[in-house]
Each structure stands twice: as C-alpha cells, then as structure tokens.
Design a protein around this ligand. Sequence first.
Ligand code: NAG
Ligand code: NAG
Ligand code: NAG
Ligand code: NAG
Length: 513
Amino acid sequence: MMPNPQFQSQRTAFAGLLATLIPFFFPDLFSPLGRSFPSLFSEWNAPKPMHLTLLEAALHHQIPFRHQLDLWSPLPSQGWEPCPPLQSSTPVPKTQYYVQVFLDGGLNQQRMGICDAVAVAKILNATLVIPHLEVNPVWQDSSSFDDIFDVDHFIQVLKDDISIVRELPDKFSWSTREYYATGIRQTRIKTAPVQASVEWYLENVLPVLQSYGIAAISPFSHRLAFNNLPSNLQRLRCKVNFESLVFVPHIQKLGETLVNRLRYPLSQNLTAETMHLKDGQEAIKNMIGGKFVVLHLRFDKDMAAHSACEFGGGKAERVALAKYRQVIWQGRVMNSQYIDEELRNQGRCPLTPEEIGLLLAALGFSNTTRLYLASHKVYGGEARILTLRKLFPLMVDKKSLTSAEEREKVEWKASLSSALDYYVSMQSDIFISASPGNMHNALVGHRAFYNMKTIRPSMGLLGKLFLNKTIGWSEFEEAVRSGHRNRQGTIRLRKETQSIYTYPAPDCMCRSS
Ligand SMILES: *[C@@H]1O[C@H](CO)[C@@H](O)[C@H](O)[C@H]1NC(C)=O
Ligand SMILES: *[C@@H]1O[C@H](CO)[C@@H](O)[C@H](O)[C@H]1NC(C)=O
Ligand SMILES: *[C@@H]1O[C@H](CO)[C@@H](O)[C@H](O)[C@H]1NC(C)=O
Ligand SMILES: *[C@@H]1O[C@H](CO)[C@@H](O)[C@H](O)[C@H]1NC(C)=O
C-alpha cells in the first residue's frame, strides 16, 4: 500500500507547526513500552478492549500443532534469488562534476533517496557527495549519513560504479545547505519532477554541471522514475540498497546483542513443559526454539487522528483526536467525512495493538512466542498495549532488552533507533508490519530480496471481520488464516510504476538455476 500522498504533502506543510508541538506529542521516542506519559487532554482514560469476546477466546484457545509448524517454517524457494554481482563494464570516468542531494523524510525515505542519488550521479557521470540528511521536523534527529551508515563500506562497495567523496573540494566549499537556504541560487535544482526520467536529468541538470561544475538537487525524494530505466541503472540502485548500505558498527553490534537476547533469553529457555506440548510434539520445540517474530507497529497520535477512526478510548479520545485533526490539518482530512463503520469496511483504519494481537493469535502465534515490538511510541502508551501484552507475555522491545548504558548512543535519536529496529527486523524469522509506510515498504522489499517470511495483514479483510460483532473465534481464526495464506512473502513481481525497493523482483533478482 502506498502512503497517502495527500497526507504526506499536508504533513510537510504543517511540519513547522508539528515541530513546535513535538515535545508534547513525542515525549519518549525510544520506547513504546517504557512509560505512559502524563495526560495533556486527559484522553488517556485507559482505552478499553473493543473485541472482548474474541479476546476471551484468544486467551484460552489451544493453537493446533500443525498451525504452528506451518507458521514457523521458512518460505520454500520461489525460484528467485539475488542477482550475481554487477560487472562494471565501463571504468568510472574521472569527472570534474559534483552532484549534491539534500534528503528529507525519516530514515527509510532517505535510504531510497540515497539509492536514487547514486543512479543520478551515474547518469550524469558526476561524482556524488555523501548525501546530506535533513533534520526531520517530526522526529528531530540531526544524525548525519556517517552517524547512521558505514561510509567506508558504502564507498568501497560502489567504487567500480561511481566516484563518491565525503566532502567537496575547496573550490566548491561554498556550496552548503546554508547557502541554498538563504537565497535563489543558480546551482540549485529545485524543480525535479516526481519520478523524473533519465532524459530530464540530462536536459536539466547536465547543463548546470557544464556551466558551474556542481549541482545541488533538493528536494530529491522520489525524483527518479522506476519505469523505462536501463536495467544497469536499476541494478545499480539495487546494489546500493541491498549491498552498500550497512549501519555503523555500533548499531550492528547492539542489533546483534538484541538478536542474541531474543534467541537465547537467559531465564526463558523454552521446554516442552513450558510450551504445554504433549508427547511427540518435540518437533515444535525444535522448530520454534530460538525463533522470534518482529512486529512493526506505528500507532502514533498523528496516524490515529488522521485516520478519523475510533479506537476504544470513548468520548475523551474522540474529542482529543478531532481537536488534533483541526490543529494540524485544519479540517482537511478526507476520512473525517465517513463514519467509523464505513472506514473499517474499507480497511482504512489502522489496526490497534489489541486487533494486532487477535490477528497474531489467529495466525497461530502462541503465548510463548518471542515477539519484538519495533515501534517509536504508541498513542495511549502502556494502557493501549496491555491487551497485546496479555496475549503475548514475552513481548519485548529495544528498551526492555538493553541497559541504559548500552543504548546511550541511540536513545533520543529517532533515526538511530529506527536503524536498530531495521537491523533486528532483518534478522527475525517472521516480520509483520501492521502499518503501511516507508519502513514497511523498505522491509517488505529487503526481506523479499532474501526470500524471508513477511506477513502483510489484509486491512480490508480484518476491517470487515472486526465489524462483525457476532463472529465466533473459530470462524474468525479460519477467515484470518485463509485470508493470509498468500500474504506471507509470496514473490510479487513489480508493476510498471511500483518501487524496485518494495518489489525487488524482477529488477534486482534473477531466476535461480
Ligand atoms: C498460555 O496459554 C495456556 C493455555 O492456552 C495457559 O494455560 C498458560 O497459562 C498461558 N501461559 C502464559 C504465560 O500466559
Ligand atoms: C558518461 O560516460 C559514458 C562512458 O564514458 C559515456 O558513454 C556517456 O555518454 C557519458 N554521459 C554523459 C552524460 O556524459
Ligand atoms: C538457555 O540456552 C542457552 C543456549 O542453549 C544456554 O546458554 C543458557 O544457559 C540457557 N539458560 C537457561 C536458564 O537454561
Ligand atoms: C458475522 O459472522 C457470522 C459467523 O461467521 C456470519 O454468519 C455472519 O453472516 C457475519 N455477519 C456479517 C454482517 O458479515
């Protein structure tokens, strides 16, 4: 699912305002579980479970042995694998031209921008300057490229493809972020259309390079087309995304620590006894022991308010969300024309943590599942998460798994925390994202590249099921299971205008022999 472009642009327009509200709305970026914060509008009158009958059943039902085996078994090969390494045919030209990009958005939007920037530099035979990451008004993280990604690795992996420099040579040292922020500049390319073609860059940016030797492109998000691009350029974009971008060593190390603690929890080694297994079901233990699932959950106030749905917090919450909508979007939210039931029927309501819990239980995750929650913060705090935790008592996150000392370098840094969640998500046996958006797309694509199991909830189906107040557990479970049979990582070939970063086959992947 694509993020709603209207939502995106409205968000940018009001980003300035949001930034001033940040300290109130995002008090603890690091952990959705860490604390429940003081009430601003007293709307956190503990949201109540909305699906009590299903919940009661989910807490007591036995998950059939076969379901668990199905769920945890890795994906079979689907006949696709990462293509063999690109052979560079032409040597990297020694170039006098420099391309700079300034990247907006959160970590995962910037990641796509980096991949596109490499391709654009290649198109223009220019040297790329390590991209500048703008401070995101929502997340307020000033981390630079080299705070997040391993620059040496990046340059090394791409050295036969393009030339990359950390900094501009002295004669261009005037070309800075500040320089472009304070006036109209001949070397700034401000008008790159969304999904611009190769020809557009040759016609509009090359002349600037020829005149000045340098071009600074900003804005640059989503500014290179996915269709009608030569396959060597597509392959280069894939190489940037899947091979050249790795996180700095301290993120990788902390990520590895988290993964180890998830796989081998000190006090929680599973035994046949703690897993309520009957004789002969040792297979499950061997199958599931040491495995974990990552749940990516975005349920912040921004999203809750924008959806205009109801989430069980009663009148206080309804009023608070409407007020927020008014402040941020001045009533220009399409969804608010519909009633909750219509929105749910169309699958337009974000799943609540409770609903995600019911989904997971129906899919066959038992209460001994090790579940890692990848999330910034949840609107409503611990109270909203309580139901999910009841269903999955072994739920953890980056905060609960580390000491304050260990996470010192990433705490309060949205991009670094997000990088850490990305790392753990890539190592998990199963990944589920309950929230469409850039992180969802990036991980769905990256895991497809390695044929890893990734469950994509069917919002349409779940919206309808949750509307049915008389549905029993077994019907619910059956409908969920059959509705998700083909949503667990089946390769979906990219359609013309779709992103190669979300759908890496066939551009980044080759038929396996
Ligand atoms: C898990 O569920 C079983 C029954 O389904 C129950 O007996 C057991 O107490 C539950 N364990 C935990 C830790 O909640
Ligand atoms: C870039 O270099 C290649 C190989 O040297 C050449 O074929 C191509 O025309 C050059 N493109 C531009 C825009 O200079
Ligand atoms: C759990 O298993 C790991 C790996 O097999 C082992 O190192 C650890 O000592 C075990 N912990 C407990 C409490 O049994
Ligand atoms: C609700 O679920 C029950 C049981 O599956 C089914 O018989 C009924 O038709 C459903 N109602 C609606 C409105 O879909």
